[in-house]
Design a protein around this ligand. Structure first.
Ligand code: HSE
Length: 343
């Protein structure tokens, strides 16, 4: 069995999450999917860059990272671009921090990998929200894949749902809860917890972005709306085309008023075809308790797809978290494995 060689850029919440899953499921993945792997390269701002063409010791690296220590084996002095170009990976997992303004270094990482004939799997919203068509084109030219399941609703299948089981349906509207951090915060604030305290817990639980203003001001949901509009509904929206309001102005009074009116605040993202145009938006809405979205609590996400052949199809599942987002990376790696691009 040929082993899929994996490179990981960013060994934070998601990078460690996917490694934990790979270690835990190694035997099951071999038996069930004929899938075996080696992690050959890892790069991390805090822990250092390491490379071993025959496979790194990821158990030790996980211990070192959890103890906030630098990596001690297989260290290389290459920068990320050199690491991508020199490594023998079949798949690059781009898991560095999201920058929705410029795409950050992630865009360069993805392009370098695709141009080097390496498949890219990412939960980083920057490259997907800012340059999806360009990334896809580079991937096509180089006969590799650019897969982004983890960019929307963590591992809850959204992109793969519309690409697979819902293929053939025309989707006219997508609407729902797209940010786990703010949904968790609103749920806990309703129980009486303070804004700062609950935001800190959301960060500790690995829900929030490196810079949590992206969550509370709605930019994270706005990036996801842009991705859904462009990837699922074929639009060419820029992030700035999507009006966006976060939860920062919602007070305890507002939460109490909603309660008194049998309602609950939710940060709602939507994409809709209107008069031949596709428009997106992000804003808090007071949702009646009888509505299904009102019952979606914690870091859970929920999305309703309005389709021509099936009517409404709703998917509810984890929207953030270490293992939950790590799973999205696994599912896309397996998609590449099953498409026989690697083995
Ligand atoms: N910060 C994001 C959220 C992580 O809370 O939904 C998943 O994209």
């Amino acid at each position: 069995m040929k082993k899929t060689k994996i490179a990981i850029l960013g060994f934070g919440t998601v990078g460690q999450g996917i490694c934990d899953i790979l270690l835990q499921k190694k035997e099951q993945l071999k038996k069930q999917y004929n899938f075996d792997f080696e992690v050959v390269a890892v790069s991390d701002f805090n822990n250092g860059n390491v490379y071993n063409p025959n496979g790194l010791d990821i158990s030790q690296m996980l211990e070192e990272a959890k103890a906030k220590k630098k990596f001690t084996k297989d260290i290389v002095k290459w920068d990320n671009i050199t690491l991508i170009k020199k490594c023998n990976a079949d798949v690059l997992c781009e898991l560095t921090y999201t920058d929705l303004k410029t795409g950050g270094p992630a865009i360069d990482h993805c392009k370098t990998a695709l141009k080097s004939g390496i498949n890219v799997v990412t939960s980083n919203k920057g490259p997907a929200a800012l340059q999806y068509p360009e990334m896809n084109e580079i991937a096509d030219v180089n006969n590799v894949k650019f897969l982004i399941e983890g960019t929307v609703c963590a591992g809850t299948p959204v992109i793969n749902l519309t690409d697979g089981p819902l293929a053939g349906c025309e989707i006219s509207k997508i609407r729902g809860i797209l940010n786990g951090t703010t949904n968790y915060m609103l749920s806990e604030m309703e129980k009486g917890m303070g804004y700062d305290e609950v935001l800190k817990i959301a960060q500790d639980l690995g829900y929030a972005e490196a810079d949590p203003t992206g969550d509370v001001e709605g930019h994270d949901a706005r990036g996801k709306v842009t991705i859904l509009a462009n990837v699922v509904m074929g639009a060419s929206l820029k992030i700035s085309d999507v009006p966006c309001q976060g939860i920062t102005k919602i007070t305890f009074d507002d939460i109490q008023k909603a309660k008194d009116n049998n309602a609950r605040w939710k940060l709602i993202g939507s994409v809709e075809k209107k008069d031949g145009k596709i428009i997106g938006s992000v804003a808090p809405e007071m949702i009646d308790l009888s509505h299904p979205l009102a019952g979606v609590m914690g870091a859970t996400n929920a999305l309703t797809f309005s389709t021509d052949l099936l009517g409404d199809v709703t998917i509810v599942g984890p929207g953030a978290g270490r293992i939950e987002t790590g799973f999205s990376i696994l599912t896309d790696i397996l998609k590449i494995h099953n498409s026989s691009l690697v083995c």
